[in-house]
Design a protein. Structure first.
Length: 255
């Protein structure tokens, strides 16, 4: 069974795609960002065509962009998006590169000085995947030198772990950069949706464990000892979790 993750919530995924689109629109309209004339903003390369990347692909077309995408897995294109056979194929001609790859350790440093140098001069770069997949110092150099017109990020190699902790990034203070917090899943609606989403997963898992002897054994549970009580306990916990999320946000809404 796959690990439960709030990143799987449909509301969370939609929010991430919406945030990416908002950052892109902000960059295209920023006075400090002047990209190439003529074809400016027409071609966007989505790197990582999963749930968020593919949703951004649809939004990008709505913004009038020609969308291309690259993914190591076989993915069906949505709308009029065009699949690329390699990352290098479009680095030099795309006006916008936006990253939506996963955070596996093998993706650390995925996009660095070599990739930035290969990008079209005066293009835009967005990272809304994970902070460690980008060489932040190489990005800083590409921005300061003027090779890139601008960048937008909401993930960083080092992020504050609690309220009050300082946020420090070499990109702070640059006029052609948009930095936003990594809080796509922290709206009232998303938190409530995530609560019900995870609760449903827990309840379904509990039911399967009680129905499947092999599953019971694999988790070293004794059907004679737990039986239906295991499912009942987990389902109750799941419902309490969802109810707690709902009550918390209702209280916050009341002020």
């Amino acid at each position: 069974m796959a690990a439960l993750s709030s990143d799987d919530s449909p509301v969370y995924l939609k929010l991430r795609a919406t945030i990416a689109a908002a950052i892109l629109r902000g960059l295209l309209g920023a006075p400090a960002v002047r990209i190439v004339e003529g074809d400016a903003g027409r071609r966007v390369l989505v790197v990582g065509y999963g749930n968020i990347g593919s949703q951004l692909s649809v939004v990008g077309e709505m913004l009038g962009l020609q969308v291309y995408f690259y993914d190591t897995d076989d993915k069906l294109a949505l709308g009029n998006a065009t699949r690329c056979s390699s990352l290098e194929e479009l680095l030099s001609i795309a006006e916008v590169i936006t990253l939506h790859v996963d955070g596996r350790s093998g993706n650390a440093g995925f996009f660095g000085a070599e990739q930035f140098a290969a990008m079209r001069p005066r293009s835009l770069f967005l990272n809304l995947s994970r902070g460690h997949v980008v060489d932040i110092e190489a990005l800083h150099e590409a921005l300061v030198s003027g090779h890139l017109a601008g960048a937008g990020l909401d993930v960083y190699p080092s992020e504050p772990k609690a309220a009050g902790e300082p946020f420090v990034s070499p990109l702070q203070g640059l006029p052609n950069v948009i930095l936003t917090p990594h809080v796509g899943g922290s709206t009232q609606e998303a938190q409530e949706e995530i609560g019900w989403f995870v609760a449903g997963k827990l309840a379904a898992f509990a039911y399967l464990v009680d129905q499947d002897e092999a599953a019971v054994q694999s988790f070293r549970l004794s059907s004679q000892t737990y039986g239906g009580r295991f499912a009942g306990a987990v389902a109750a916990l799941a419902m309490r979790l969802a109810a707690a999320c709902t009550c918390r946000h209702e209280a916050a809404a009341r002020g």
